[in-house]
Design a protein around this ligand. Structure first.
Ligand code: UDP
Length: 241
């Protein structure tokens, strides 16, 4: 068998959904799960990789749910953004429990809780090997944290976005329902958009395409999965041009 290709990244963006933090509870935060993910991040940091993170808020509140129940959309979206701040603080606490230096950087000013987003300052944190957790999405309603992750990854000059999910890549059909589902090694942004493959929402994919930012879809449920992708031994799908 050929040696797995070694991919060396200097700076990456890890995007996870809020739901990744809720364990089997179906809602909110499950501290052992948050800790487990923090250890996955730690193992990548130990490789010398600079890490940015964006965590969604879907385990607590999603704007679309709120507006479907009659709440005004922008208010519901601000609530969703605040949910991402809670998740970011939970992840910060877990990482600090592992003695890792972190900063929570919020797109909505809340100085008592998190740093405001100042690009040059965030870059400096990364250079000093602090993990930057970008919270409150883009700070604007009608967006998602997928778009926030793509935006911040572009601003921070990350080499790739790592999208941690429950499956180890993008399949032609649902691998949980079809035994013959085929995982793509690579797929293009246009194919993802045309086939509505649900890797990330369309605005995030379009932004990644414009900035030639690869999106690597991998399983965060797999122990050691994040590190395995970075050292070239894991399975994933890369979305490229
Ligand atoms: N949100 C927003 N603007 C942003 C990012 C997020 O309004 O730039 C809101 C939106 O209501 C969204 C919620 O925050 O539903 C939680 O984010 P998301 O749905 O992306 O979380 P995930 O699905 O990744 O857990």
């Amino acid at each position: 068998m050929p040696e797995p290709e070694k991919v060396v990244y200097k700076r990456v963006m890890l995007k996870i959904s809020g739901e990744a933090l809720m364990g089997d509870q179906g809602y909110g935060l499950h501290p052992p799960t948050v800790e487990r993910i923090a250890r996955e991040v730690q193992s990548v940091q130990e490789m010398g990789v600079e890490i940015c993170m964006v965590i969604g808020g879907g385990n607590i509140f999603r704007g679309l749910q709120g507006s479907a129940q009659g709440m005004e959309r922008t208010t519901a979206d601000y609530m969703g953004m605040l949910a991402t701040v809670m998740n970011a603080l939970a992840m910060q606490a877990a990482l600090e429990g592992l003695k890792i230096h972190t900063r929570v950087i919020s797109a909505i000013t809340m100085n008592e809780v998190a740093e405001p987003y100042i690009r040059r300052r965030a870059v400096r944190h990364l250079e000093k090997k602090r993990i930057c957790i970008f919270a409150a999405g883009t700070g604007n309603p009608y967006f998602t944290t997928d778009t926030a992750a793509t935006l911040r990854a572009s601003e921070m000059a990350c080499e790739a976005i790592f999208k941690g999910t429950k499956v180890d890549g993008v399949y032609d059909k649902d691998p949980n329902k079809h035994d013959d589902a085929k995982r793509y090694e690579t797929i293009t942004y246009d194919e993802v958009l045309a086939q509505h493959l649900g890797v990330m929402d369309a605005s995030a994919i379009a932004l990644a395409r414009e900035n030639s930012l690869p999106i690597i879809v991998f399983s965060l449920d797999e122990p050691g999965g994040f590190r395995a992708i970075l050292d070239g031994t894991g399975t994933s799908t890369t979305v490229v041009a």
